[in-house]
Design a protein around this ligand. Structure first.
Ligand code: AMP
Length: 436
């Protein structure tokens, strides 16, 4: 097994073909990332694979490179309305990025890639399918529509990739995925990627894959190590002013991604920032495809340095050099926190993540801290310190911990019990979370 520090593995030693190696050299990639080093040999041998990794680990190349290699080793004439590789991914942004990556890696090969996703006209996609692409990268809803209209048949599909499987299920795509998979030939090579492995994904993997190898990249841990993670306790009405303060203090001209739990909230946060002279835009599912692409483009180009996003909209953002992630609202699902902060510290860089926590969010913070197995560092050096006492990391079962996190309903700070469990300097000498 290869590790992060294993420098002996090269793309050449993975026996990828020369045109692929040339494309990698064009891109300036020197070494395979850990998931690439681990997954590529198994995939070249034809194995099914479970990849426990999230975006940012290099997983797109981990499946694209070997599949491109296998395609050209076994050339086949293009067939109208059929494809040899199907990649299913939950969002249009991810689909676009995967297709761009595949085309980049395959630039010295003759491969044709078609993109299929909703929110835009069907005709260009129908034409691309009619031409007989080698690879189709698609979101499930539109793909199923086009399949039902007879524009794509999967009877010749040799390779199937289910990307971000956990997100797929979160977004309610399980039935669509089931219908699509039912049309695939039994004999095929299948790959499933997921950042997390709850039992629902395990079940899905059991149905989809045959004797798979599992490759696991401990992204949550390794990313977390490179990201400076702090939490600011704040009263909800002060969050906007705290955001201005955090942007002034930490953004330093770097791209900043601000997360909101709701679409409405994202719009409001962006509007308030713009009102206060900050170049900001919001992206979420209610925005049209054009508006989302424009906002992403301006963010990528640095024209708009602050992007406010909901979790779903942010999944497709593959913009490197995001220096700061602000959790304006804490996510309901602790796993989403890991996804959110993973937007910074890409490709080995360091980054910063600041979480805002009001009194209603203490339980969410506690869940996050339990998941990442560490407390976030409280940042008390800001002018809007909220009055609620911070929650603690509590490893007891839910039944016995119902009232261990004081929420300070009277606004005078919580019980000091957490100090005994967290004897850090910050927790001594008075409640540091009181307003000054
Ligand atoms: P992914 O996890 O596939 O979204 O990839 C994350 C980012 O890392 C993308 O911007 C890729 O272009 C980049 N990348 C992938 N593999 C490598 C590599 N071996 N060396 C350097 N960058 C890479």
């Amino acid at each position: 097994m290869h590790t992060d520090t294993d420098t002996s593995v090269t793309f050449a030693s993975l026996s990828l073909s020369a045109p692929l190696q040339r494309a990698l050299a064009d891109k300036g990639y020197v070494r395979p990332s850990p998931i690439q080093a681990q997954a590529i040999p198994h995939l070249l041998q034809g194995r099914d694979l479970i990849g426990l990794a999230q975006t940012g680990t290099g997983k797109t190349a981990a499946f694209s490179l070997p599949l491109l290699d296998l395609l050209q080793r076994r050339p086949a004439a293009p067939q109208p309305r059929r494809c040899r590789v199907l990649v299913l991914t939950p969002t249009r942004e991810l689909a676009i990025q995967i297709a761009e990556s595949v085309e980049g890696y395959g630039r010295h090969l003759r491969v044709r890639c078609a993109l299929v996703f909703g929110g835009v006209g069907e005709q260009p996609q129908i034409r691309a399918l009619a031409a007989g692409p080698d690879i189709v990268v698609a979101t499930p809803g539109r793909l199923l529509d086009l399949m039902q209209q007879g524009h794509l048949h999967l009877d010749r599909t040799e390779f199937f990739v289910l990307d971000e499987a956990d997100r797929m299920l979160d977004m309610g795509f399980a039935p669509d995925v089931g219908r699509i998979v039912a049309r695939l030939p039994k004999h095929r090579q299948s790959l499933l990627f997921s950042a997390t492995m709850p039992s629902s994904i395990r079940d899905l993997a059991n149905r989809l894959l045959t004797n798979p190898v599992t490759v696991e990249i401990a992204q949550a841990g390794t990313t977390a190590d490179r990201i400076e993670q702090t939490v600011c306790f704040v009263d909800r009405p002060d969050k906007h002013r705290l955001l201005l303060h955090v942007l002034n203090r930490h953004a330093a001209g770097q791209r900043t991604l601000v997360f909101s739990r709701t679409k409405h909230g994202a719009d409001k946060i962006a509007r308030n920032l713009v009102r206060d002279g900050v170049r900001a835009a919001a992206i979420h599912g209610n925005k049209g495809q054009g508006a989302r692409q424009r906002a992403l483009g301006e963010f990528r180009d640095g024209i708009v340095p602050v992007l406010v996003a909901t979790d779903i909209a942010a999944r497709g953002i593959d913009v490197s050099e995001i220096g700061l992630v602000v959790n304006y609202d804490l996510p309901e699902e602790p796993e989403a926190y890991v996804h959110r902060i993973g937007r910074t510290a890409r490709a080995g860089a360091s980054g910063r993540a600041v979480a805002f926590c009001d009194r209603e969010e203490h339980a969410l913070l506690r869940d996050i801290q339990r998941l990442i197995r560490r407390p976030l560092t409280p940042d008390t050096d800001h002018p809007f310190a909220g009055r609620g006492a911070p929650p603690t990391v509590d490893h007891r079962p839910p039944a016995s911990r119902s009232r261990t996190t004081p929420s300070a309903p009277n606004g005078h700070g919580g019980r000091p019990s957490f100090r005994h469990r967290h004897p850090s300097p910050l927790h001594r000498g008075g409640n540091p979370y009181r307003a000054r």
